[in-house]
Design a protein around this ligand. Structure first.
Ligand SMILES: [Zn+2]
Length: 268
């Protein structure tokens, strides 16, 4: 089985080596800042936050991993104060467990229950967002989305490909308010962690599904675009569940899809 979830949620406590790139964001920032733009605490914090965030989202730091705070700060070449700020922000994003005061940082483990919760929220939220977005997408916006799909085709499962995939889905939410966009982006990122942990780096059907969604947007077929996006999200969830526990049901996800299908069929 390719899914590398830790069975007990504990990995490498106390002996974890920070991968080399974790320190590199800090180093690059330092190199660029010397003598020109003075190094500020906020720049350092932003760079450290982004690097640690990416390490968690790309599962470079494995789900369930426990890391000694002092060791992490030292290996990231940053201070304890900066690390506290970074951890605080990541706890807020749900990417680090709330500290227990024992000097250890825990990366949230993955679970099938959480996966189903996550995708139930995503399906409902993304359906609502694209339903409100299709009417406000002009031809220029659709062209930009088409550019993102070409970028995915060119770059596949690389960081550039993932970035384009993220921007494509962001573009399908521009018709809703900032809070919903922010929450849905966060859910997308969390979902990505499940995909990468499963070793599922590229959707076999993804490109065709994305193009079908975009065609429906181009032609203003609001209901069709919504249905296709719901299916795109749900199929990913079912594929991940099947990889981990074949035959397992996902009642909340199934109920959400059934309810939304009825609604968006009748609101053409
Ligand atoms: Zn997608």
């Amino acid at each position: 089985m390719s899914w590398a979830w830790p069975s007990d949620g504990l990995l490498g406590y106390g002996v974890w080596e920070v991968p080399e790139p974790l320190a590199s964001a800090q180093m690059n920032l330092d190199q660029g800042g010397i003598g020109e733009s003075p190094r500020s605490a906020s720049n350092v914090t932003i760079a450290a936050h982004e690097r640690l965030r990416q390490a968690i989202l790309t599962v470079e730091l494995a789900p369930g991993l426990r890391i000694d705070e002092d060791a992490l700060a030292a290996q990231m070449d940053t201070t304890a104060e900066v690390l506290i700020e970074v951890v605080h922000a990541l706890v807020h994003e749900g990417l680090v467990m709330p500290p227990a005061g024992d000097g250890v940082i825990t990366i949230p483990p993955l679970s099938l229950d959480d996966l189903v919760e996550l995708y139930t929220l995503r399906v409902v939220g993304e359906a609502d967002a694209i339903w409100n977005t299709v009417p406000v997408l002009d031809p220029a916006a659709c062209d930009r989305l088409a550019d993102e799909l070409r970028c995915i085709d060119r770059n596949g499962a690389s960081a550039a490909g993932h970035g384009a995939h993220r921007r494509f889905h962001q573009g399908l939410r521009v018709g809703v308010g900032e809070r919903r966009q922010r929450e849905l982006s966060q859910l997308f990122d969390h979902a990505q962690r499940y995909s990468l942990a499963a070793g599922r780096r590229k959707l076999a059907k993804g490109p065709a599904e994305h193009r079908a969604i975009l065609r429906a947007c181009f032609s203003g077929e609001r209901s069709l675009a919504t249905q296709l996006l719901m299916r795109h999200c749900a199929d990913t969830a079912y594929e991940l569940i099947e990889l981990q526990e074949p035959g397992r049901r996902a009642p909340s996800l199934e109920a959400a899809i059934e309810l939304l299908s009825e609604r968006f069929d009748t609101l053409v």
